[in-house]
Design a protein around this ligand. Structure first.
Ligand SMILES: [Zn+2]
Length: 186
C-alpha cells in the first residue's frame, strides 16, 4: 500500500519546495545519501515503458542543473494518459543518479510511472489498493522504476540503504517506487 502524503507537513513542504527550486540545490547542504553527487557531470537515461520513448539527459553540469535537459526529463516523465507535464523535483533526479551509482547499473531507468495528474491518480487509486489517493506522483516527487541489468530486490535494497525518502516494493508488477517525501517503507 502506497503511503499517503502526511497532511500536517503539506504546507511547509510546499513552501520548502518552492524556495528550494528558486535558489537551486547548490546552496543547500548535500544530504548524506548523495555522496555520489560530487562529480562534474550528472547524466540520467530513461526508457518509458508506456510510450517506448528513450532519453539520455545531462541534467547537471558546470555546477548547475541544465534547464533544457530537465525539461526533456519532465516531458518523458509526463502523465502519458493525459499528456500533462509537471516539473519533476530535482532532488528526485539526484536520488536516481545516486541510486544508479549505488547498484553500478549501466541500464537506463525503465519508467513505469512518473508524474500522475490528479485525474489519472484518482482513476488508478480507485482500481488498486497499491495506489494512494494523495500520492507524491502528483507532485513530481515520485517515480516507479526498474533496471534491466539489476534484479528488483537489489534495486530495492539499494533504495532502502539511501534512506532518501519513501521506498515501496512491488515485485508482482515488477518495480520499485521511490520518492523524496519523508523516509518510510512499504
Ligand atoms: Zn509509485
Amino acid at each position: 500500500m502506497e503511503q499517503p502524503v502526511p497532511a500536517h507537513s503539506d504546507r511547509t513542504r510546499r513552501g520548502f519546495l518552492r524556495w528550494g527550486i528558486a535558489v537551486a540545490a547548490a546552496t543547500l547542504p548535500t544530504p548524506s545519501w548523495a555522496a555520489a553527487l560530487g562529480t562534474a557531470k550528472r547524466r540520467l537515461s530513461f526508457v518509458n515503458l508506456h510510450t517506448d520513448e528513450t532519453l539520455t539527459a545531462l541534467y547537471w553540469a558546470n555546477g548547475s542543473y541544465q534547464h533544457n535537459a530537465v525539461q526533456d526529463i519532465n516531458h518523458l516523465l509526463r502523465d502519458f494518459r493525459t499528456g500533462d507535464v509537471h516539473a519533476i523535483d530535482l532532488r528526485l533526479l539526484d536520488l536516481l543518479y545516486t541510486l544508479q551509482h549505488r547498484v553500478r547499473s549501466q541500464s537506463p531507468f525503465q519508467v513505469i510511472s512518473g508524474y500522475r495528474s490528479p485525474a489519472t491518480n484518482a482513476k488508478l487509486a480507485a482500481l488498486s489498493d497499491g495506489v494512494a489517493y494523495n500520492s507524491y506522483h502528483m507532485r513530481g516527487m515520485a517515480i516507479d522504476i526498474a533496471l534491466a541489468d539489476r534484479a528488483l530486490p537489489a534495486l530495492h535494497q539499494a533504495a532502502l540503504s539511501l534512506r532518501a525518502g519513501g521506498v515501496g516494493f512491488y515485485p508482482k508488477p515488477g518495480f520499485v517506487h521511490v520518492d523524496v517525501g519523508p523516509v518510510r517503507t512499504w
